[in-house]
Design a protein around this ligand. Structure first.
Ligand SMILES: N[C@@H](CCC(=O)N[C@@H](CS)C(=O)NCC(=O)O)C(=O)O
Length: 308
């Protein structure tokens, strides 16, 4: 696995010195990278428009990164400007000294190589393999999290109008659409997705979380032992989003919840994941709580599935 340097068509990226992160505060894929930056003591610096090229925004000071937020709510990721930076139109993307790195897993590996601080991929071969296997599993369940959170949390807010879908389709022609945004949004926005599909994804997630919960039964602090790794980073951000969507992790997987809380309390989590995500986090959690009271939402659906 090597950090990916992509064939971006952006004229902006080669001009960026130091670290610049294209990200969104509420996106788990970007939260992973911000958390790692925080753990490595690389501080969030200026907030600038994602496509800013004004001279004072081109260079990040040593030990800091420039925040180039790409709002997924405003669908800025589906703009021509962003599609030239990341051909798949997703966050995150990292620019470092004019080069571009994509894929959160590869970005974290790159940060491990390029900067000091704690390593997120252990050097011990056994632990390394275990870590990467758990990361791969989290990656495979990326689509499940997408289905579950679009169904029970984002809802209509995430649907695209016919015009927006046409725009997305056109932009996707410039790349490979490796995250399948075109097909997903088309089905989600128009035809609807069969309930059975949502249920299957929810059950997949439940199954995986049950196994992780069991793993923690031997008293280990983190998923692969007593050291925080990329596996914890990937899974913790999944749990954050699932909790926002109404998944009662504390009830279904108590050891996993205690593990999540250990990570949640870390200063880098508070600073880099929660600080600017607090408002959205409250909105999602309140929505989920109201739905639960009405017998709707993710948790009643999960209980129903588990009882069947
Ligand atoms: N495999 C990619 C996944 C990136 C991804 O799917 N990002 C999501 C946010 S978590 C996104 O930008 N989605 C845009 C959308 O759904 O419109 C990575 O790990 O970097």
């Amino acid at each position: 696995m090597m950090p990916q340097i992509n064939d971006s068509k952006s004229e902006i990226v080669p001009r960026l010195q130091g670290l610049h992160l294209f990200h969104f505060d509420g996106a788990p894929c970007a939260q992973r990278v911000r958390f790692v930056l925080g753990e490595k003591n690389l501080q969030r610096g200026r907030e600038v428009k994602f496509d800013s090229v004004s001279p004072d925004t081109l260079a990040a000071a040593t030990g800091t990164w420039i925040s180039r937020s790409v709002s997924l709510i405003k669908k800025q990721n589906m703009s021509a400007e962003y599609a030239r930076i990341h051909l798949d139109m997703v966050v995150p993307a990292l620019a470092h000294d004019g080069r571009l790195y994509l894929e959160s897993m590869d970005i974290i590996e790159y940060l491990d190589q390029a900067f000091g601080g704690p390593a997120f991929i252990p050097s011990d071969p056994g632990k390394r393999q275990e870590t990467l296997a758990l990361v791969e599993q989290a990656k495979e369940l990326h689509l499940s999290l997408r289905y579950v959170s679009f169904r029970w949390s984002l809802g209509r807010l995430a649907m695209l109008s016919a015009k927006e879908q046409a725009n997305l389709k056109q932009l996707a022609q410039g790349g490979n659409d490796r995250e399948n945004l075109v097909a997903f949004y088309e089905a989600f926005s128009n035809k609807g997705i069969p309930q059975q599909v949502f249920d299957e994804h929810l059950l997949e997630l439940h199954k995986a979380l049950s196994v992780l919960n069991q793993k923690l039964g031997d008293g280990r602090n983190y998923l692969t032992g007593d050291i925080l790794t990329m596996a914890d980073v990937f899974w913790a951000m999944k749990l954050l989003r699932l909790i926002e969507t109404g998944y009662l992790v504390s009830e279904h997987h108590p050891l996993l919840y205690a593990w999540y809380e250990r990570i949640y309390r870390r200063p880098a989590f508070q600073q880099e994941v929660m600080l600017r995500n607090r408002l959205l986090n409250r909105v999602w959690r309140s929505k989920a709580a109201v739905e639960r009271m009405l017998g709707l939402g993710l948790d009643p659906a999960l209980k129903h599935l588990l009882a069947a």
